[in-house]
Design a protein around this ligand. Structure first.
Ligand SMILES: NC(=O)c1ccc[n+]([C@@H]2O[C@H](COP(=O)([O-])OP(=O)(O)OC[C@H]3O[C@@H](n4cnc5c(N)ncnc54)[C@H](O)[C@@H]3O)[C@@H](O)[C@H]2O)c1
Length: 259
């Protein structure tokens, strides 16, 4: 059962432990900072080398306990070791934000199968791997928990040259629904946040020049999203204000998928 807890509107996470996978990336660090501002202890998990530096900066800015753990989500051994290190440092896990991400753009006629498989290995199987590992831990802890995956507007609409990325992200929507169904009895909410283009490394990689200006023109808000706007949606789905929401994929797209 997912318990009722009074929704105060504070979005408070005092004393919670949050793991942010992809935490050294643009949306990941913004999410980790918002969690810390709300009182959570934070683990920064990423395949980059600077996880501890990001964790140290968040500790300095917000005064919460943090840890940085280098981890490659395509490796089961790496994910298992990551969970052990987070437990050693922060004792338990109450929130998982899963957002490792990879994109490479080709038309569907030209993309190599290896590139499709790389999208799936990171964005789909890698995300499931961390969700499964953390959910099993949450079930063992017996206190419920919150899992939020970053999906994409590509879940809902076709985007040119995004076939590998779209396959990998749309699959996560199905995964979210099944996990939400199966894990509700343990008090675990599982949701997604589906952004439009966000101003990060990945956003810059996929959207440059004319495709960028054309895309901005099509978005009713007439701009790309900023990382804090996605982090705010992730925060909402990570605190008790959203206890009655599970299996959802919350679109944050400035109206792009209205069409
Ligand atoms: N930026 C956008 O326009 C946009 C739009 C919709 C969805 N998203 C999604 O948001 C999430 C965050 O992306 P971002 O925009 O912050 O980009 P980003 O490139 O800044 O962050 C992605 C992070 O994932 C990490 N990562 C990649 N492969 C990994 C692996 N094998 N193991 C562990 N970590 C790995 C990277 O090192 C990086 O820090 C991604 O899932 C992305 O697909 C981004």
């Amino acid at each position: 059962m997912i318990q009722y807890e009074k929704a105060t509107g504070d979005f408070d996470l005092t004393g919670k432990v949050a793991v942010v996978v992809g935490g050294a990336g643009g949306i990941g660090e913004a999410t980790a900072r918002m969690y810390a501002k709300k009182g959570a202890k934070v683990a920064i998990v990423d395949c980059k080398d600077n996880c501890q530096e990001v964790a140290d900066a968040i500790k300095a800015d917000f005064g919460v306990e943090t840890v940085g753990v280098k981890c490659d989500v395509t490796s089961q051994a790496s994910v298992d070791a990551m969970v052990d290190k987070v437990i050693e440092a922060l004792k338990e896990v109450n929130i998982l934000a899963a957002m490792p991400g990879f994109v490479d753009l080709y038309r569907a006629t030209d993309i190599e199968i290896e590139t499709i498989e790389k999208h799936l290995a990171i964005n789909t199987v890698g995300v499931f791997r961390v969700c499964q590992a953390v959910a099993n831990l949450m079930i063992e802890q017996g206190k419920g928990g919150k899992i939020v995956c970053i999906t994409s507007q590509a879940d809902f609409i076709a985007i040119n040259k995004h076939v590998g990325y779209t396959m990998s992200k749309a699959a996560v929507v199905g995964m979210i629904k099944v996990c939400a169904l199966e894990w509700a009895e343990y008090g675990i909410n599982v949701n997604g946040v589906a952004p439009t283009v966000v101003n990060t490394y990945m956003g810059e990689k996929a959207w440059q020049g004319k495709v960028k200006t054309d895309m901005i023109e099509k978005i009713p808000a007439h701009r790309f999203a900023e990382t804090d706007e996605i982090a705010a949606a992730v925060l909402f789905l990570s605190c008790n204000e959203s206890n009655m929401i599970t299996g959802e994929d919350l679109v944050v797209d400035g109206g792009f998928t209205i069409y």
